[in-house]
Design a protein around this ligand. Structure first.
Ligand code: H2B
Length: 93
């Protein structure tokens, strides 16, 4: 079972890169804007393969060239190191 983050400062780098803490739950969110739908969906496809390998999956939605992502660890009932790791991978693409 994954543990929730006890040291919340590990979120600081992600927060500095535009991730925000949700107000109503223990999760982080970010909206990415791409040049067009093809770029947005290509990014989602690459993230999907990474997420599947990590066995850690985003909540997300796509509208045209924007993708809104929420990360939380359902098994832990809140944020865990896996969310930080996936946020890092998403930003690095
Ligand atoms: C059985 C499987 O490993 C788990 O259900 C994984 C799958 N992907 C997951 N993704 C996320 N975001 N949180 C989880 O707790 C989670 N659990």
């Amino acid at each position: 079972m994954t543990q929730t983050l006890s040291d919340r400062s590990v979120l600081d780098p992600a927060l500095a890169r535009g991730w925000t803490l949700a107000e109503d739950r223990d999760a982080i969110s970010k909206t990415y804007t791409f040049a067009d739908f093809t770029e947005a969906f290509a990014w989602m496809t690459r993230v999907a393969l990474i997420a599947e390998k990590m066995d850690h999956h985003p909540e997300w939605s796509n509208v045209y060239k924007t993708v809104t992502v929420t990360l939380t660890t359902h098994d832990a009932g809140g944020l865990s190191p896996l969310d930080v790791r996936l946020a890092d991978r998403m930003d690095a693409l």
